[in-house]
Design a protein around this ligand. Structure first.
Ligand SMILES: [Zn+2]
Ligand SMILES: [Zn+2]
Length: 341
């Protein structure tokens, strides 16, 4: 089968590899749609930890090709449309046994330390697989990991008490968080970002105000609208600048959810606001526990997913797809690789 793999930093190759053999606790999935995520770009670039050589990708949809043990997966059969989480714990360590497998230090992460989904087939742990209801298309389902991550992030907040919010970073996940905040009844949501076309999309998805931080100081602008700051800020830009803005625009005793992996170091950090403002700061990692709700949201057509897909490429053009993702000038948002037509 064909797979998009990385052997050395900065280089994606399409190569012929054997179809994975499934063990008893594994499921083989024929991959249909894959979305490119910033984490995949980090794997190629070397700033997200990964074990080379590795097949890229962790956000996808497909159909069951083979069950390692039908006895373990009575709810699945060959041909079922499915998605899986982006990884799973070892199942044996203390954290895994306590149900905290997302913190497992021996975690298997697709496209990082086990082969991912930018290939014709992928094998995954049977516990990571979720069956899709018929109402959900494979085009929509490719984004399930991000929807789950966004659901988990927004769950940190007590939405009944939040009237105003800011989202920093109108990427795929930021736009999902925006939709979830509006759906949860937040009256005014501001989106801050660097690209006008993404900010326009944020408007279409319900943002009450948008600010382009290339042209305006987001802190001044948001403070202009909300002199005491906003009740909650979700940082999804993955930058230290975004994080600093989040600390600067959250109101006293408000909440900040740090949703993204920020790989750069903070040059300056003034911690006095922790005392002065008493903010509540949450981290949110992955989609643990949020898949059922993510599937329900898709099934009930509550989220706008398809308008986010701006580009599509065949598997053979994966390297080109990554170039478009990295090109900050291209109006790219969700780039999908069509592994099968
Ligand atoms: Zn991802
Ligand atoms: Zn473990």
């Amino acid at each position: 089968m064909k797979a998009a793999r990385v052997h050395e930093r900065g280089k994606i190759v399409i190569e012929e590899v054997p179809v994975p053999e499934v063990g008893e606790k594994e499921v083989l999935i024929a991959v249909h749609r894959v979305g490119i995520c910033g984490t995949d770009v980090g794997v190629v670039g070397g700033h997200v930890s990964a074990t080379y050589p590795v097949t890229l990708g962790h956000e996808y949809s497909g159909v069951v090709a083979k069950l390692g043990s039908p006895r373990l997966t009575p709810h699945l059969k060959e041909g079922d449309p499915v998605v899986s989480s982006g990884g799973w714990g070892c199942g044996e360590c203390e954290l895994c046994r306590q149900g905290m497998d997302l913190y497992c230090t021996n975690r298997r992460s697709l496209g990082r330390n086990v082969d991912g989904c930018m290939a014709e087939y992928i094998k995954v742990d049977y516990r990571s697989v979720s069956k899709l209801p018929p109402a959900i298309s494979l085009d929509e389902a490719q984004n399930i990991v991000n929807i789950g991550c966004s659901v988990r992030a927004v769950r940190k907040l007590d939405l009944a008490k939040i009237k105003t919010a800011a989202v920093i970073g109108p990427g795929n996940a930021g736009l999902m968080i925006l939709q979830l905040l509006k759906m949860g009844g937040v009256e005014r949501v501001v989106m801050a970002g660097t690209r006008d076309f993404r900010l326009e999309m944020a408007r279409r998805f319900g943002a009450d105000e948008v600010v382009n931080i290339r042209r305006e100081d987001p802190v001044k602008r948001i403070r202009g609208w909300f002199p005491h700051g906003v009740d909650a800020v979700c940082e999804s830009s993955g930058t230290t600048g975004g994080l600093q803005s989040a600390f600067d625009v959250v109101r006293s005793n408000g909440s900040v959810v740090v949703f993204s992996i920020i790989t750069e170091k903070m040059q300056e950090f003034d911690p006095s606001f922790l005392y002065l403002k008493e903010p509540i700061i949450y981290g949110s990692k992955g989609a643990a526990g949020a898949f059922p709700e993510a599937i329900r949201l898709l099934e009930e057509k509550k989220l706008q997913i398809l308008p986010m897909i701006t580009h599509r490429f065949p598997l053979a053009e994966t390297a080109k797809a990554f170039q478009v993702f990295a090109d900050k000038v291209a109006d790219a948002l969700r780039i999908v690789i069509d592994v099968r037509p």
